[in-house]
Design a protein around this ligand. Structure first.
Ligand SMILES: Nc1nc2c(ncn2[C@@H]2O[C@H](COP(=O)(O)OP(=O)(O)OP(=O)(O)O)[C@@H](O)[C@H]2O)c(=O)[nH]1
Ligand SMILES: [Mg+2]
Length: 283
């Protein structure tokens, strides 16, 4: 069992009075109050949880749960500040008020604009009030169409139904997304090192774009050129073609253009790739 540490920011969003604060209170303190005191601004609740991964590893997550007021004006004015650094979103609606369900895409969009897209889970809350459930056939198929990949969980902050499932579900998906991003970053670092080693071994000759495409034929050309541009920007490689201006993009260069290693690039190529693929943040 490998223990890793990670910090997560999870934001709970949705219209006014759908039960965001109540769900957080139920999850953290197993407490429910029928009284409504709207949240003013944003409140942060820290919690530590163990998130099991496939294969038996465990991630120790320090989660900051952000409880937002369900006010559109606040969402628009403070969008960047609210959602910056978010790893997951729990979007809540009141199962008895369908308009709060149809408002969810706007909340998800606000988060996605800032984060570039993170996992989210949808909670249909207040399902204890069975007489007022407004989610019928039309709503269910709209949900499936809008959010085909997102779990939808029936919750009640009053009875506790689905509450732990909703929070632990979004924590687990946020951790999984971070590990995937870390793996992609690791693969990109290995590829950059391989590119430097390949070009460095060719001494002053360098490598043409054609030769690079052929050596790295498993890598999509667009990605390879993106990595080359990155290495050129860092001055680890230099790209040369007759009559070309400096700082042009690799994609706009002829196939015969040559990449040569710079002294800084050679130094990196000679050092072993030491990138560690773990998320390990200070506790
Ligand atoms: N019956 C029932 N009532 C609930 C449930 N969840 C919340 N409520 C009630 O709904 C009202 C609003 O709950 P809040 O948790 O304050 O709603 P909120 O989404 O945080 O609202 P804002 O902070 O104004 O955006 C309160 O009176 C709660 O007691 C639930 O699952 N079942
Ligand atoms: Mg609230």
């Amino acid at each position: 069992m490998v223990l890793r540490r990670v910090r997560l920011k999870v934001v709970v969003v949705g219209e006014r009075a759908v039960g965001k604060t109540s769900l957080i209170q139920k999850y953290m303190r197993n407490h429910f109050s029928p009284e409504y005191k709207g949240t003013l601004g944003v409140q942060m609740h820290p919690v530590e949880v163990e998130v099991p991964l496939d294969g038996g590893d465990v991630v120790l997550a320090k989660v900051a749960i952000f409880d937002l007021m369900g006010e559109h004006a606040a969402r628009e004015s403070f969008r960047d500040a609210i959602f910056y650094g978010t790893h997951g979103v729990l979007a809540v609606c009141d199962a008895g008020r369908t308009e709060t369900l149809y408002a969810i895409p706007d909340w998800i969009r606000a988060a996605a604009v800032v984060t570039g897209g993170v996992p989210f889970t949808i909670a249909l809350n207040k399902v204890d009030r069975s007489s007022s459930i407004g989610i019928g056939e039309a709503e269910t198929s709209w949900l499936r169409q809008q959010f085909p990949l997102s779990p939808v969980i029936l919750t009640s902050a009053m009875t506790g139904q689905g509450v732990e499932e909703a929070f632990h579900g979004i924590f687990a998906r946020a951790v999984a997304a971070r590990i995937d991003a870390e793996k992609a970053r690791h693969r990109a670092n290995l590829l950059r090192h391989e590119i430097l080693v390949f070009i460095s071994a060719r001494e002053g000759l360098g490598a043409s774009k054609t030769e690079l495409f052929s050596r790295f034929r498993d890598v999509p050309p667009a990605q390879l050129m993106q990595e080359l541009d990155y290495l050129i920007r860092l001055e680890l490689l230099a790209l040369e073609a007759e009559g070309s201006k400096p700082f042009v993009q690799t994609a706009s260069m002829p196939a015969s253009a040559r990449c040569r290693i710079t002294p800084a690039g050679r130094k990196l190529a000679e050092s072993p790739s030491t990138d560690e693929m773990v998320i390990e943040e200070p506790s």
